[in-house]
Design a protein around this ligand. Sequence first.
Ligand code: HPA
Length: 276
Amino acid sequence: MDEIQRRAAPIARQIAERLEGAGCPPPRLGMILGSGWGAAAERMDVSVRIPFAHLEGMPACGVAGHAGAFACGTLAGKPAAAALGRLHMYEGHPPAEAVLPVAVLYELGVRTLVLTNAAGAVNAGFAAGEVMVIRDHINFTFRNPLTGLCAAERTRFVDLAQAYDEELRARLRAACADAGISCREGIYMQLPGPSYETPAEIRAFRALGADAVGMSTAVEAVYARYLGMRVAGVSFLSNMAAGLAPGGIGHGEVLERSERSRASLAALLYAFAERL
Ligand code: HPA
């Protein structure tokens, strides 16, 4: 066990006790529901819902639009657990803490993890309101949750050549078709945030190969791969990135756009779970 798991285990135990009390099997499918994706939890048969703040050892989640809770039950009949909200590095959480929800889900029994987020489209061929299945990422935070970790049973030299599982990506694309959502596939770049980017930065990131930018996910994928989980990632393109559309970008706009798509995003994750 590494330091992050040692921190996550007692948090997971508090949730597992409640799950056992409700007669629920441990979840195998896990989701981190970022900005705009929280509605997916409404499609779950939730047996246990616990705010982060009620879990001893769990840091608070302080972002508007993020409930900050774990919800466990079933999705499309599959035992599932979701973190409603995440811990962002821009809130001051070091990378090893930002991945704590991933570690908690792992300790609960999750082995297939879907990471969701809202992102700005950098690829001018993409449109706001579309979904992008993450094919690969660029971790432009230059921070790594594995820094300093030491666990005898795992290597820190994690192979990320196929971080985002090909089969899960195909299922996500099929689920988009089921849910009637326009779907792209591309490269997600994680930036430190919390300010949005300048148009010059976006032009530079495009040249580096980014199709979408956001402030999460890549470090979570790194840690989940380290644990050996199968990982999928999906971005809701809430806006065109800076300089690609007239007008500015604001968190309100990001939330409002995703709010309008909440039912289809929930339908997408439901269809994905159905296909597992
Ligand atoms: N940039 C960074 N993060 C984001 C954006 C963006 O344009 N939209 C939603 N999250």
